[in-house]
Design a protein around this ligand. Structure first.
Ligand code: HEM
Length: 478
């Protein structure tokens, strides 16, 4: 049996009894082991994620099933059959780390691919669109999803006040308040990169794409009463379901697809491809298969592998690039920034975040260096002592793209277009799903101030007159 040691490696003679001055006297400061044990315990908590705090993760493998080398030079996509290790984390958004898994909320769908050219993260949701499209609205939006500053209660007035004053949210609201807002665990939902990205080929030419991840387990959602019951009886329902299915060898898997748009079509397409409140209808841009991923190993330690996982849409590999989507641009900054705060400046050295390829940088020092800090190697570049050098391949990290115009604050005006896709989605639903959606919304709206309801109802009407009428009917019945 191993001998217990202090964190300093010294053998511990007694872990059950503190050193005291005599049998009745006080505890002594010289008891290093006791002080160290208490002090370490006192510091066990790190800040939880400011959003997506509650989540579960698993390791897996991505495999290319279809050749897309004409679209991208990304090496992990370079041949059919090629496999890349990966890690996935699923989450709810608004609740704290101990909040129920079955809350009505989008679900985070974050993937990290450990490629030979560094890590690629796709940090999406289980919804193809988002509430807002300008990053400056994100902190305000999230405040409305969190607790009221005075009562510390969830606040439907704040949520609907914001929604009613930001009608571009209606498409995502229509998904959120449908039964897709309460998926039956993490295995039974699709995932989406949501934003428009670029795939870039060897010549530097690019196409716009959107990522889609289709669950092989089939989509299953919870009805409102089932979700509400589980909130009380098993708040960790989705976490448990994912862990236990992997533990028994029933490995969840997703097929990976892309939609592809020619850059020349972007300006003239019916929908602004950089507006994340809109989808590209599949009839215009069908899904093209790329690969599949399977989650086949549970983490050995939740804190080390899941809590410390740090995803960012700006973790990109050559051949996969960003787009002008404004919300995406805000995210490219925000994630590494929050990781520096939550995990520290050397967060990429934590094993779950460390690339599985060689990493050569001139970054040095900072809190918690655990990689040897590059020993005696030069800490500056350029240098004449054999340090790492840039590869001089123009466009290896970004695609050249023509941009013109004046710098300015160009607001997105809300137009009829912002209600069209929500209306289309509503009309696609069968009667039962329309009823569930409208009942869920009505259940919230009856708790909300009258003037907010009066501002919000015309938005539903603009999407579809029946949408509003049905909500009003359920509000009267509530
Ligand atoms: C988590 C910011 C929009 C998906 C986070 C975190 C921040 C953040 C600060 C916490 C990260 C951490 O502590 O590890 C933002 C900002 C947004 C935005 C500023 C808009 C400007 C979105 C959108 C999506 C999304 C549109 C999906 C399409 C996620 C996911 C996570 C996350 C999946 C959890 C990642 C994980 O599992 O660790 N976001 N977010 N976010 N966000 Fe966003």
């Amino acid at each position: 049996m191993a001998i217990l040691t202090t964190s300093n490696g010294n053998p511990v003679d007694n872990d059950q009894t503190s050193i005291t001055a005599g049998p009745w006297g006080p505890v002594l400061l010289q008891d290093f082991h006791l002080i160290d044990k208490l002090a370490h315990f006192d510091r066990e908590r790190i800040p939880e994620r400011v959003v997506h705090a509650k989540g579960a993760g698993a390791h897996g493998e991505f495999e290319v099933t279809h050749d897309i080398t004409h679209l991208t030079k990304a090496k992990f996509l370079s041949e059919v059959g090629k496999k890349t290790p990966m890690f996935a984390r699923f989450s709810t958004v608004g609740g704290e780390k101990g909040s129920p898994d079955t809350a009505r909320d989008p679900r985070g769908f974050a993937l990290k691919f450990y490629t030979e050219e560094g890590n690629l993260d796709i940090v999406g949701n289980n919804t193809p669109v988002f509430f807002i499209r300008d990053p400056s609205k994100f902190p305000d939006f999230i405040h409305t999803q969190k607790r009221n500053p005075r009562t510390n209660l969830k606040d439907p007035n704040a949520a609907w006040d914001f929604f009613s004053l930001s009608p571009e949210t209606i498409h995502q609201q229509t998904i959120l308040y449908s039964n897709h807002g309460t998926p039956d665990g993490f295995r039974h939902m699709h995932g989406f990169g949501s934003h428009t990205f670029k795939l870039v080929d060897k010549e530097g030419k690019f196409k716009y794409i959107k990522w889609h991840f289709k669950t092989k387990q089939g989509v299953k959602n919870l009805k409102p009463d089932e979700a509400a019951k589980l909130e009380g009886t098993n708040p960790d329902y989705a976490t448990q379901d994912l862990f236990e299915s992997i533990e028994r060898g029933d490995f969840p898997a997703w097929d990976v697809f892309i939609q592809i748009m020619e850059p020349k079509d972007a300006k003239t397409y019916r929908w602004n491809p950089f507006d994340v409140t809109k989808v590209w209808p599949h009839k215009d841009y069908p899904l093209h298969p790329v690969g599949k991923f399977t989650l086949n190993k549970n983490p050995d330690n939740y804190f080390a592998e899941v809590e410390q996982a740090a995803f960012s849409p700006s973790h990109l590999v050559p051949g996969v690039d960003t787009s002008a989507d404004r919300l995406l641009q805000g995210r490219l900054f925000s994630y590494p920034d929050t990781h520096r705060h939550r995990l520290g400046v050397n967060y990429k050295q934590i094993p779950i975040n460390a690339p599985k390829c060689e990493v050569n940088t001139y970054q040095r020092d900072g809190a918690m260096v655990v990689n040897g800090n590059y020993g005696s190697a030069a800490n500056y570049g350029p240098n004449s002592v054999g340090g790492p050098v840039q590869n001089n391949i123009v466009g290896s990290t970004f695609a050249a793209e023509e941009i013109e115009g004046l710098i300015g604050r160009f607001s997105y005006d809300v137009t009829d277009d912002d209600f069209a896709q929500a209306g289309n989605l509503y009309r696609l639903m069968d009667e039962e799903n329309k009823d569930d959606l409208c009942k869920n919304i009505a259940g919230d709206l009856v708790k909300v101030r009258k003037e907010i309801v009066e501002r919000q109802l015309p938005h539903f009407e603009r999407a579809d007159p029946d949408y509003r009428q049905r909500i009003e009917k359920f509000m009267k019945e509530a």
